[in-house]
Design a protein around this ligand. Structure first.
Ligand code: KG4
Ligand code: ZN
Length: 342
């Protein structure tokens, strides 16, 4: 086939608790996207149990891939390349997708494209916004990562700021858990916060001395735990809606303060958000408000592409392929890998 024209990529994602497969054309057009979530099972344990995640991926990867081909009305012969999330994530979970993709690549002779999970979260925006092209500044906020990334090209990026402890999604989930909400509590906390007064409780806005773009969320989470314990000891009532709203406001302000400081310092006028936490209602409203005030362009993924899925892997996989990032059959999964690894 002519390189880069009508190129169909079959993509696989298994970095955490979603087994997903998709077919994406030229990095922008989703022909099919299938996500099998394990969240109900992990909820029983209050978080993702890595071994259970690996086992469920192993059980469902084959049928999820078959379903993605079926929904796209294609067979393996119609596919031009196979993209797979190889890092970062739960190692046992990643290995299932990587090995399955390697097997497919070996059996079909199609090129194997390794995709970095956070790069794929950013690429969800290429599907939601056909006009979006680098350069831009991206806030990548997921369950495991909180980064400010300068994306200079599709496969060229530089980390401007990162969390020193908990990720934003992790902070949301932990705070929600202390308030008795089921995993992953971030989603529920966001919903409950809509009914609350975000000025009711005064919470810290932790900063990192000497690193103006870095985040620190563990102190904020501890402040919520202390507040709940103190109230319990004194026999005082806590208004859950108000505490959720105050906590959400504090997290979002930490994120937006650093993001827009970086945008100003770097002179970047296009802002992008990515990752599970980019579904947060207040974050989306605040990004819109601030970008409107400053005259910046804003891109956020459609809600269905904020969380883990394989369509975003197919989108980034296309650009990785064009940049010559092709793996051999000795490709391994990597639990921790910086977004600017290459
Ligand atoms: O990107 P993602 O699906 O998986 C990782 O790569 O980690 O992100 C999952 C995280 C979870 O911590 C979840 O609670 C959080 O994103 N999240 C939210 C919302 N929706 C998902 N956090 C706050 N508000 C939301 N609406
Ligand atoms: Zn993710």
């Amino acid at each position: 086939m002519e390189r880069g024209k009508g190129m169909k990529i079959l993509s696989i994602e298994s970095s955490c608790d979603e087994t997903a497969a998709a077919v994406v054309e030229d990095g922008r057009k989703v022909l099919s996207s299938v996500v099998a979530s394990q969240v109900e099972e992990h909820r029983l344990y209050g978080g993702v149990v890595p071994e259970i995640a690996s086992r469920r991926h192993a059980e469902s990867v084959s049928s999820v891939v078959r379903e993605a081909l079926l929904q796209a009305n294609l067979s393996l012969a119609d596919i031009d390349a196979i993209a797979v999330t190889f890092a970062p994530g739960l190692i046992g979970a990643l290995l299932v997708g990587v090995n399955f993709a390697k097997g497919l690549s070996l059996a079909t002779g199609k090129p194997l494209v390794p995709v970095h999970h956070l790069r794929s979260h950013i690429a969800a925006n290429y599907i939601s916004h056909q006009d979006l092209k680098p350069p831009f500044l991206c806030l990548v906020v997921s369950g495991g990562h909180s980064h400010i990334v300068e994306v200079t090209d599709y496969t060229k990026m530089r980390v401007i700021g990162a969390t020193r402890d908990d990720a934003a999604g992790e902070a949301f989930d932990k705070a929600a858990r202390t308030m008795g909400m089921p995993y992953p509590g971030g989603i529920e906390l966001d919903k409950v916060a809509e009914q609350g007064n975000d000025k009711a409780y005064v919470l810290p806005h932790p900063t990192v001395a000497g690193s103006v773009y870095d985040f620190s969320f563990s102190g904020l989470k501890t402040a919520v735990i202390n507040l709940l314990h103190n109230a319990e000891q004194k026999g005082e009532e806590i208004c859950k809606e108000d505490l959720c709203a105050s906590f959400r406001r504090a997290v979002v302000e930490c994120l937006t303060d650093n993001l827009f400081k970086a945008a100003e310092d770097l002179g970047v006028k296009t802002i992008v958000a990515a990752g599970g936490v980019s579904a947060n209602r207040l974050l989306r409203r605040e990004l819109e408000r601030i970008c409107g005030e400053k005259g910046y362009s804003l891109y956020v993924p459609e809600l269905s592409l904020c969380g883990d899925n394989a369509a975003m892997v197919g989108a980034q996989g296309y650009y990785e392929f064009l940049s010559g990032n092709i793996a051999q059959t000795d490709l391994n999964a990597v639990a921790t890998l910086p977004i600017d690894y290459r």
